[in-house]
Design a protein around this ligand. Sequence first.
Ligand code: IMP
Ligand code: MG
Length: 183
Amino acid sequence: MAEQHPDIESVLLSEDDIRTIVSRMGAEITKDYEGKNPLLVAVLRGAVVFTADLIRAIECPLSVDFMAVSSYGDGVKSSGVVRIVKDLDTKIEGRDVLIVEDILDSGLTLSYLIRMLQSRNPASVRVATFAVKDIEGKKPAVAPTYVGTHVPDSFIVGYGLDFAERYRNLPYIGVLKPEVYGD
Ligand code: IMP
Ligand code: MG
């Protein structure tokens, strides 16, 4: 196991935990999309690590494309402002689109994305998110079909998730020490 990074307060999900979650999700998606050829849309940049693992856990034919939206800047709070930084290269009309996200927090980013993709007349649009952040008294704006796990309302990094573009390469998911982001 990789040594814990000094900026990490605690490890929330180990590499083993992550592997178990991803293979369960892959099996669910394989079953649901049997006989179809879904287009997996990875939301850059956070979802790349999860997407790379997830596609190898799915056994039906699929394609992958990427979108980049910006909702966070370098901070830790959702700004509510979503900007398309990179659009899809694939035409999605008539396709079964599966949006792959790293973490669902307010859901503002995703609800915007879903609306935008729906307007292009795909056969279906669903969401697979590795994690959903549980916030007391608050429900995300989007109901994902596939959920890897629920995480508490603290700022987490690793497995693609960043703080100011750092820590994406940690193979596990950990809670960042509050002093690192200046609390
Ligand atoms: P939402 O629009 O509030 O759902 O924000 C979703 C996006 O914010 C995710 O795709 C992540 O890029 C980012 N995000 C939300 N929570 C965290 C976190 O705890 N760590 C790192 N990134 C996060
Ligand atoms: Mg991010």
